[in-house]
Design a protein around this ligand. Structure first.
Ligand code: ADP
Ligand code: MG
Length: 249
């Protein structure tokens, strides 16, 4: 049994079948990539996992519990966090203040913007925020305003905020889309560092094969809403079905 078990999930948009009987099993503490051509249904699948979309049929089990019918914030509380294509950070706040927000939210069950700056008596939060910054290698930038960070560092900060929620499963939808090679490599290193430091499962949707082959232990190929193959990276490379669907050969 995987930590995430998707069974026979289908989703229609009007006459278009975006997902047809999708099965996916993501094993705990692995990095699982979902690849496939544009329009294959990757984002639709991800949205079904986080409660943004409700599948027409099928089941989605996370950590032994169904996510279906739960609201996005409830699914987040269950231990699923999502990293967005554009980092979602508070530009006017410093790096450290940004990381403190989800630490408060995790402890108190709510965002408390007004608590930022009032750090006396909040040593547990400060300690946790410090740890997150160390995890993403940003201790030396703690007083920098978020808006002035490089793109790669914004991604690092967002990851620290995400990890503050202590997710069991991290979902990443094209985390390196639009990045220059240096920032892409920086992101690969970051995800490897995070993986090495803690028990976490990652499901990553990615176009860039360099990223996929650098990180993934299992790869699912989705085409026209249906999983074609689930394999290790070595076995995916020359797979005839994959070449046909993905590379149009
Ligand atoms: P991918 O992420 O693999 O590129 P998507 O999941 O975004 O693919 O889209 C799968 C198909 O579903 C596409 O044909 C897309 O146009 C369609 N689609 C996605 N979201 C919607 C929506 N909200 N309404 C109608 N059609 C949609
Ligand atoms: Mg997409």
């Amino acid at each position: 049994m995987g930590i995430l078990e998707v069974k026979n999930v289908s989703k229609r948009f009007g006459g278009l079948k975006a997902l047809s009987d999708v099965n996916l099993s993501v094993r705990e503490n692995t990095v699982h990539a979902i690849i496939g051509p544009n329009g294959a249904g990757k984002s639709t699948l991800l949205n079904c996992l986080i409660g943004k979309l409700i599948p027409d049929t099928g089941s989605v089990m996370f950590d032994g519990q169904s996510v279906l019918g739960r609201k996005p914030h409830e699914i987040n509380q269950m231990g699923i966090s999502r990293v967005f294509q554009t980092p979602e950070i508070f530009s006017d706040l410093t790096v450290f203040e940004n990381v403190m927000i989800p630490c408060f939210a995790k402890r108190d069950g709510a965002f408390r913007m007004h608590a930022i700056g009032k750090t006396s008596g909040e040593s547990d939060i400060i300690e946790q925020a410090e740890r997150m910054l160390i995890d993403v290698n940003m201790q030396d930038k703690r007083h920098v305003q978020a808006s002035s960070l490089s793109r790669g560092d914004k991604r690092r900060l967002e990851m620290a905020m995400c990890l503050s929620q202590q997710p069991k499963l991290l979902l990443l939808d094209e985390p390196t889309a639009g990045m220059a090679r240096a920032d892409t490599n920086n992101t690969i290193d970051l995800l490897k560092e995070i993986k090495a430091k803690r028990d976490i499962t990652m499901a990553i949707i990615e176009h860039d094969m360099h990223v996929v082959f650098s990180l993934a232990e299992r790869i699912t190929v989705l085409a026209q809403g249906t999983p074609l193959v689930e394999e290790t990276p070595e076995n995916i490379k020359g797979h005839p079905k994959v070449r046909e669907a993905y590379l149009g050969e």
